[in-house]
Ligand binder design. Structure first.
Ligand code: ZN
Ligand code: ZN
Length: 136
């Protein structure tokens, strides 16, 4: 019995990971739940949340805490930066900036041990930019 449950969990996790890796939209857990349900109709939102947390803890995916929105998930575990649209909340990868523009030289400051840093970019996405031009 225990093995059967383990295998089902592994299969669910695999489907969640595959679907997340197909998307470039940095979905929230509920977004991904709707996609995954097409393949696993019986899966629950709680299961999707749990598996996303587990995958993120193991650095297989990234959990993005981008200010002003629910946690989003990224199938690409490599360090890269994101830009969020202030109008519609869309999140995209930011191109044109190296993964580590600050450099990892800063290890200590005023007694702090520095572990890393976050850079969040905000902007107006191409679609919202188009709408605004028409509106003006
Ligand atoms: Zn937008
Ligand atoms: Zn990303």
């Amino acid at each position: 019995m225990a093995i059967g449950k383990f295998q089902r969990n592994t299969q669910q996790r695999q489907v969640i990971l595959e679907e997340l890796q197909k998307l470039t939209s940095h979905p929230t857990a509920p977004d991904l739940y709707h996609t995954v349900r097409k393949r696993l109709p019986k899966i629950s939102l709680g299961t999707v949340y749990r598996n996303l947390e587990l995958l993120a803890q193991n650095n297989i995916i990234q959990k993005l805490d981008i200010s002003g929105s629910e946690a989003r998930f990224d199938g690409n575990p490599e360090q890269h930066h994101h830009v969020r649209c202030i109008h519609c909340g869309r999140v995209d990868d930011l191109n044109g900036l190296s993964a580590d523009p600050v450099g990892n030289k800063l290890k200590e400051s005023n007694g702090w041990k520095i572990l890393g840093y976050r850079l969040d970019f905000i902007g107006i996405c191409p679609e919202c930019k188009g709408t605004h031009k028409k509106g003006m």
